[in-house]
Write a protein that binds this ligand. Structure first.
Ligand code: ATP
Length: 330
C-alpha cells in the first residue's frame, strides 16, 4: 500500500493525535516527507489539523474520492483490492474490459468521478455528471459456464442494496427492479450493466458495472421524472468512498455464496424480499411481443416467474425483456 494510504489509515484509526515523529519512524521517512503527505491530504479535501507538540489529527473527511481514500477503506480480501481510479474516463466498464483483456486480477475495481460515455443496456446511456455519484465496474473471473454469468447482475443488485443499507440505515425502502435497477420511492437510484468476454464454453472475464446516483440533485429533463439520488431521498449528502467499500464487502460475501451452488439458491430469499416486482402486475416488453402478467418472484436461476392472464406460468430470461409496472415505471 502506498504511504499516503497508510498515513490516512493511521490518522483515521487514531482517536487523538499522531506525532510527525511517530509517522516518520514508522515509515522510515523524513519529517519533511511526512509534512508533504499531510499537505497532499489537505489538498485532496481532508481537514487535517496540525498542532505543535501534539501532531496531526484528522477532523473530517468530506466526500473525497481518490485511490488512496478508497484503498484505506477497503476491508476485503479480493474485491476492490486492485483499484483503477479516474477523475474522468469514457466508461468504467470499458476500462475494466480492457484491464481484463490485459490480465488484471479477479476483483479489480475501476472507479470514476465522471464518465463521458456512461452506458446502459442495449446501447442506452447512463448520465454520469462529475463530483456527485458513483460509477464503478468490477472484474470477475468466475469458473462457471457462460450461461450462468447473467446471474451476476442479480448478485450485484443485492450487494448494492445491502451496501447502501449499511451506509444509510435500512429504514428506507430500497428495492430491486428485476433484473438490473435499484429503486427507491418508485424511482431509479442505481443501474447495473453486466458484460462478458467468453468462448463458447469458457468465460474469459465478466465486467459488472454499477452507477449509483449519490449526491446528484439535478437530472436531465428526459429522466427527471424517473431518476432520483440518495441525497434527494435522504435529505443529506452521502459519502461515496465508504459506500463503494461497503458494496465491495457485500460483493465478496454474496459472490462466494453464489459460487457454492453456482446459482442464486443462497441469496434467493433476500433478493425476493427486495423485489419491487414481487406479486405485482407487470408489463413484459419483449422483442417480439408486449404483454401483461403477474410477477411472482425469481427462481434460483434468476429468471422472473410470471403468471400470464390465461393462468400459464412462464419464466422470463433477463436478457430478453424490460419490465414495467402497469401504471408507471416500477
Ligand atoms: P429500463 O430501466 O428502462 O427498464 P434498462 O434497465 O435496460 O431499462 P438501463 O440500461 O439500466 O435501462 O439504464 C439506461 C436508462 O436509464 C436510460 O435509457 C435512461 O432512461 C435511464 N438513466 C440514464 N442515466 C440515469 C441516471 N443517472 N439515473 C437514473 N436513470 C438513468
Amino acid at each position: 500500500m502506498k504511504m499516503k494510504t497508510e498515513i490516512l489509515k493511521l490518522l483515521r484509526e487514531t482517536d487523538g493525535y499522531v506525532s510527525g515523529q511517530q509517522i516518520s519512524e514508522q515509515f522510515g521517512v523524513s519529517r519533511t516527507a511526512v509534512w508533504k503527505v499531510i499537505r497532499q491530504l489537505q489538498d485532496d479535501g481532508y481537514q487535517v489539523e496540525a498542532v505543535r507538540n501534539k501532531g496531526y489529527h484528522i477532523v473530517d473527511s468530506p466526500d473525497v474520492m481518490t485511490k488512496e481514500e478508497l484503498a484505506s477503506l477497503m476491508k476485503t480480501r479480493w474485491a476492490g483490492r486492485n483499484i483503477l481510479y479516474y477523475d474522468v474516463t469514457d466508461s468504467t466498464n470499458l476500462r475494466i474490459k480492457q484491464a481484463g483483456d490485459e490480465g488484471a486480477p479477479h476483483g479489480t475495481l475501476a472507479v470514476a468521478d465522471r464518465q463521458t460515455a456512461g452506458r446502459g443496456r442495449r446501447g442506452r446511456t447512463w448520465e454520469s455528471p462529475a463530483g456527485s455519484s458513483i460509477y464503478m465496474s468490477i472484474l470477475l473471473r468466475p469458473e462457471i459456464a457462460p450461461n450462468k454469468a447473467s446471474m451476476l447482475t442479480l448478485v450485484m443488485a443485492l450487494n448494492v442494496v445491502e451496501g447502501i443499507q449499511e451506509c444509510i440505515g435500512n429504514d428506507r425502502d430500497i428495492q430491486i427492479k428485476w433484473p438490473n435497477d435499484i429503486i427507491i420511492n418508485g424511482k431509479k437510484l442505481a443501474g447495473i450493466l453486466t458484460e462478458m468476454s467468453s468462448q463458447i464454453d469458457y468465460i474469459n472475464h465478466v465486467t459488472v458495472g454499477v452507477g449509483i446516483n449519490v449526491n446528484t440533485t439535478d437530472f436531465p429533463e428526459e429522466i427527471a421524472q424517473t431518476a432520483t439520488s440518495l441525497r434527494i431521498e435522504c435529505g443529506h449528502t452521502v459519502k461515496r468512498a465508504p459506500l463503494i467499500a461497503a458494496v465491495m464487502e457485500r460483493l465478496e460475501e454474496n459472490y462466494e455464496t453464489f459460487l457454492e451452488t453456482e446459482d442464486l439458491s443462497g441469496l434467493l430469499d433476500r433478493y425476493n424480499a427486495l423485489l419491487v416486482n414481487c406479486d405485482r402486475d407487470v408489463q413484459i416488453i419483449g422483442a417480439k411481443e408486449t404483454y401483461q402478467a403477474h410477477a411472482i418472484g425469481i427462481d434460483h436461476t434468476g429468471e422472473l416467474i410470471v403468471r400470464r392472464e390465461d393462468g400459464s406460468i412462464e419464466k422470463i430470461n433477463a436478457g430478453e425483456v424490460s419490465v414495467r409496472g402497469v401504471y408507471g415505471y416500477t
